[in-house]
Design a protein around this ligand. Sequence first.
Ligand code: HEM
Length: 504
Amino acid sequence: MSDHKKLTNEVGAPVPDNENSITAGPRGPVAMQDVWLMEKMAHFNREVIPERRMHAKGWGAYGKLTVTHDISQYTKAKVLQPGVETELFIRFSTVAGERGAADCERDIRGTAVKFYTEEGNWDLVGNNTPTFFIRDVHNFSDLNRAVKRDPRTGRRSPQNNWDYWTLLPECFHQVTVVMSDRGIPASFRNMHFFGEHTYSFYNEKNERVWCKFHFKTQQGIKNLTNKEAAEINGMDREYHGKDLYEAIERGDYPKWTMYVQIMTEEQAKNHYENPFDITKIWRHAEYPLIEVGVLELNRNPENYFAEVEQAAFTPAHVVPGIGFSPDRFLQGRLFSYGDAQRYRLGVNHNQIPVNRAKVEVNEYHRDGAMRVDGNYGGAPAYTPNSYGVWTAQPEVMEPPLDLEGALYRYDPKDDPTDDCFRAGGDLWRVMTEEQKKALIANTAEDMASVTENIKYRHAAHCYLADPEYGRRFTEAAGLDMDKVVELSKLDHQGLVQATMPDVR
Ligand code: HEM
């Protein structure tokens, strides 16, 4: 075995000199035969991999989920059985900023968890808000274009954000959350996080229920004001990463209590709005939180690139007992993540240690760039085969799901039960006076450079959510209240027409 303190090239041969190039004479040009130099430069040029298309800036940690309560009546997932402890890796992120962005920006925070269960990996790829801006996967790339950089100036653009957000009224609830005091958490440790979508559970009897996942911080909610965040970003752009790392290093392990909400198939059929619409929430009074266990973070990664940058999560990774739902937004995500990772990391990215399951993997995929295991040696490469090599497991088949309706491009706004403003209004009504003040001030500040027509569009939405919310934003933005009330009487298309730039 070689001495680990001695420098070698990429195939283990000794390197005699790592500072002086081979030159023709002491002042002469470099010789091509300095192959170590060529290797060093060539590797360096290839070290940057594509960043995640969104959620590019992030931090990770390992930990465990301990199940303290019995929810086996809902799910047979082994990871969720009472007493079971499962190792996990989490990555926290901001959404809009690039890999070098500052941590303390007003934005939602991504919370991607990989549970290394005894039935394979389960990834729960969520955020620190219970809802989302949009609900159709078609809108996703546009959302990111609107919140990321303007194609002409290369700068972020509040005008683009607000134009897009206000043209899709379903954004209203999430916009209210992002502009609220929770829009800039004081740390990852001080925020809740959520699966957001409606997922499904099925139990040993193959009975299905719908569920939502919640993780409540045991550290308490703490947030930053715009001013505090600006000061921190000016001094330390990696503030949240540092906070998480240092807490774990000093043994102050952050914890979250895990809960689920459960809705039966029958309740879903009779629910007053679409329970699979991610822009809505299930009210806790109607669907109470059911305690499941404790998620704790207790170990920092050894290497940022290997473990955090190369981590790959996808909502498509579920285990028996946990399934999807008809949520059209979730359905879109099931394709997008693996596709992004095959591009960002390569087709064999699930062999990277942080992504690799702790159980035996027999998935039949062969070859591909960067295959680093034995590629299944001489095992049969086709199925069915006569050797019984890797047979499907029908015992984990999900129960069938009845669906109805003709294939068509349905606009959820045409659903008579759809109300884009109820949830945002409910949120406003439970806010304290201090939180209301912060929401109005943050919104007015964020929209300061936005054109008036768009401010009117947002003011009408606020008014529709709650007249007081509308009035207070209208005053803060210096708009005319009578005009806002008139605009709020229009239907969506009417409001859009009335607030186009040429009529403002
Ligand atoms: C149709 C809607 C969506 C699409 C198409 C989509 C797509 C993507 C893609 C392509 C990535 C980068 C993946 C990678 O390179 O590894 C990503 C990252 C991420 N997304 Fe989404 N996303 C959607 C909605 C959501 C929603 C609703 C949530 C939260 C519930 C969410 C949470 C995240 C998180 C946390 C990450 C970062 C994962 C990590 O830390 O590696 N996304 N998304």
